[in-house]
Design a protein around this ligand. Structure first.
Ligand SMILES: NC(=O)c1ccc[n+]([C@@H]2O[C@H](COP(=O)([O-])OP(=O)(O)OC[C@H]3O[C@@H](n4cnc5c(N)ncnc54)[C@H](OP(=O)(O)O)[C@@H]3O)[C@@H](O)[C@H]2O)c1
Length: 317
């Protein structure tokens, strides 16, 4: 239970990756300002978190079951918190999906929206009314650079993150009236199970329904270049956790928080040309005409920088 003066932080999807590191970093806060309720849909996956939490487990960090896709699970978890009082809600749980659209069953696409969109909305609907009543609270949504700029073969995942950006832009205005803050965290590539799951799944998939050219572009052009980008520019889950902690602790938290400064020009490109042609054509050339050049530059960058590009993190301040 939270001690006097401690903020109650509820985080979804803490079994791995970004959620796990956020939970541990906040629980280990030197001033013990937070009581973290680290949630996951299956407690059998708790070992990594418990180990990383060390002696904060049972003190500033507690565990709870929560599946963002289930009304009942979300309600049960929030009802189990004293006075249903949550100061900071971090919507982190999410799933990815890559591949040619024609090869992905609609049911799989719905799962992405059920988790990344309705999962977040379900959480907000459960926690927000109490925050509004109390005239205080902070809702954080882990979006993505792909919520601002679409990326080839990530059509459905990007659509789910775009949906959340639109939802949050709309809701943030109303919430200001109730002194509730809403912030988006927008990471670029991050080294987590997300990336590993994606690569493993893609290797196994034979893309039924997609023509051989599309499968070739996906597997032999997009995939190697995506792996290069992860390798050179990917941040660590700790980078994202640090950035999020700064957002929570800021006197005036920013609404948008791109965690990787390397992506700022890419997002700017989109707004530099209102016809949209500039970004569509730039991405086309980067992938299809300059793929080999990009691979070489990425490899050179990797060796020249000894991997230090990876760990660059922008502070929200
Ligand atoms: N990694 C990246 O490159 C990257 C970049 C930008 C944004 N993001 C975003 O960052 C967030 C965290 O991803 P990650 O990179 O840390 O990936 P990850 O290691 O795969 O973690 C995702 C977490 O979400 C949980 N989850 C999935 N479905 C859930 C559900 N229905 N209910 C509750 N939890 C559920 C997973 O739990 P299980 O263990 O039960 O599957 C896991 O704990 C996601 O929203 C993702 O879109 C990631």
């Amino acid at each position: 239970m939270a001690g006097p003066g401690q903020k109650v932080v509820l985080i979804t999807g803490c079994s791995s990756g970004i959620g796990l590191r956020m939970a541990v970093m906040l629980a280990k806060d030197e001033q013990r300002r937070y009581h973290v309720i680290a949630t996951m849909r299956d407690l059998k996956r708790k070992d990594k978190l418990v180990e990383a939490a060390g002696d904060t487990y049972g003190k500033t960090l507690s565990l709870a079951v929560l599946d963002v896709c289930s009304d009942e699970s979300v309600k049960q978890c929030v009802d189990s918190i004293k006075d249903r009082h949550v100061d900071v809600l971090i919507n982190n749980a999410g799933i990815g999906l890559v591949g040619p659209v024609e090869s992905i069953p609609i049911e799989e696409m719905k799962k992405v929206f059920e988790t990344n969109v309705f999962g977040v909305i379900r959480m907000i609907k459960e926690v927000m009314p109490d925050m509004k009543k109390r005239r205080g609270g902070h809702i954080i949504v882990v979006s993505s650079v792909m919520g601002l700029q679409g990326v080839v073969f990530n059509d459905v995942y990007a659509a789910s993150k775009f949906a959340m950006e639109g939802f949050c832009e709309s809701l943030a205005v109303q919430l200001l009236k109730f002194d509730v803050t809403l912030s988006l965290i927008e990471p670029g590539p991050v080294h987590t199970e997300f990336e590993a799951k994606m690569i493993q799944e893609v290797r196994q998939r034979d893309c039924p329904g997609a023509d051989p050219d599309t499968v070739h572009y996906f597997k032999n052009v997009y995939l190697p270049s995506s792996m290069d980008i992860f390798e050179v520019m990917g941040q660590t889950p700790d980078d994202i956790a640090r950035c999020t902690k700064k957002v929570i602790e800021a006197a005036n938290p920013r609404f948008r928080n791109l965690t990787n400064p390397m992506y700022t020009p890419i997002v700017a490109l989109k707004y530099a040309d209102e016809t949209g042609g500039l970004s569509v054509h730039a991405f086309y050339h980067m992938l299809f005409n300059m793929g080999t050049l990009m691979h070489i530059s990425m490899s050179v960058m990797k060796y020249l920088t000894c991997g230090c590009l990876r760990s660059r993190t922008i502070s929200p301040n």
